[in-house]
Design a protein around this ligand. Structure first.
Ligand code: 13P
Length: 229
C-alpha cells in the first residue's frame, strides 16, 4: 500500500513540476497513513526527481521511522504536522510555489471575490497565512487560523498549501487555485472583471450542499458568508 502511495506522490511531483509549480527543490508533500505515521518528501529534492527512497516514513513528531535512509524529511515538515493536528479530517498536505498564486500571496490579501464558479465551489474565499520564515515554528503556526475555514491557503511572500482527504482532491485543489490566480492576474492586467452575482453564488452554495463536497470552504457574497466544514 505504501508503495502505491509513493508512486502516486512521484507522479504528482512530476506533474506539478512540469506545470512550473515547484522550481528547484520547492514544495513538499505528505500523506497521513492509517497507523498515524506520515509519508513525506525528503528535503532538497526536485519534485521531478522523487524516488521511493526520497519519500520517507516519519512519526507525528517528524522523526524518520525507517533506518538506513540517506534522505532527511522536508525542512517544512513541522508545517505539515501542524496541519494534521488542527485538521483531523485531512489525509494529504501539498505545499508548492506556483507562480500566480505565489504572486498573490506576495500581495498579502485574502482572495474574496467570486469570479470563477469552480474556484468558488471548490475553494471558496482563499485566506493568507501571515509570513513566517520557511522551516520555522512561525510558519507552522501561521497556517492554523486560515486552515480553520479553508483547504487552500496562500503563504504570505512564499507559496501555497492545500489540504484534502485524498491525493486526487489535493492535486485538483492546487491546480484550481493556480488557474484561478492566473485568471485573476490577467483580469488585473485588463483592469476589468465581471464578478458572479449573488444569485449565481447562491446556486453554487446549493450545489456544494447537494453534492456534499468534503473539506472546508468559506463562501462570501455581499455581506453574507457561509462556512462549509
Ligand atoms: P524542502 O526541500 O526542505 O522540502 O523545502 C522546499 C520548500 O518548498 C521550501 O519552501
Amino acid at each position: 500500500m505504501n508503495d502505491i502511495i509513493k508512486e502516486e506522490l512521484i507522479r504528482i511531483g512530476n506533474e506539478l513540476w512540469m506545470q512550473g509549480f515547484t522550481p528547484a527543490n520547492a514544495g513538499n508533500f505528505s500523506v497521513k497513513l492509517a497507523d498515524n505515521t506520515l509519508l513525506c518528501t525528503a528535503t532538497g529534492v526536485s519534485k521531478n526527481q522523487l524516488t521511493k527512497k526520497s519519500i520517507i516514513r516519519i512519526d507525528l513528531q517528524g522523526n524518520p521511522i525507517d533506518e538506513n535512509n540517506d534522505f532527511s524529511p522536508s525542512s517544512e515538515i513541522k508545517m505539515h504536522i501542524e496541519a494534521y493536528k488542527c485538521r483531523p479530517d485531512i489525509r494529504v498536505v501539498l505545499h508548492a510555489h506556483p507562480i500566480y498564486a505565489t504572486t498573490f500571496a506576495s500581495i498579502g490579501k485574502d482572495l474574496n471575490d467570486n469570479i470563477l464558479p469552480e474556484a468558488t465551489l471548490q475553494l471558496g474565499s482563499i485566506p493568507v497565512a501571515k509570513y513566517g520564515t520557511p522551516s520555522t515554528n512561525d510558519l507552522s503556526k501561521s497556517i492554523i487560523k486560515p486552515l480553520q475555514t479553508s483547504d487552500a491557503v496562500l503563504l504570505e511572500n512564499h507559496g501555497v498549501i492545500v489540504v484534502a482527504e485524498n491525493l486526487k482532491m489535493a492535486q485538483f485543489k492546487i491546480e484550481i487555485l493556480e488557474h484561478y490566480c492566473h485568471v485573476l492576474y490577467n483580469l488585473n492586467n485588463l483592469n476589468q472583471s465581471k464578478r458572479l452575482t449573488d444569485s449565481q453564488v447562491l446556486q453554487l452554495i446549493e450545489l456544494r450542499k447537494s453534492n456534499k463536497l468534503p473539506g472546508r470552504a468559506l463562501i462570501k457574497y455581499s455581506n453574507e458568508e457561509i462556512q462549509f466544514k
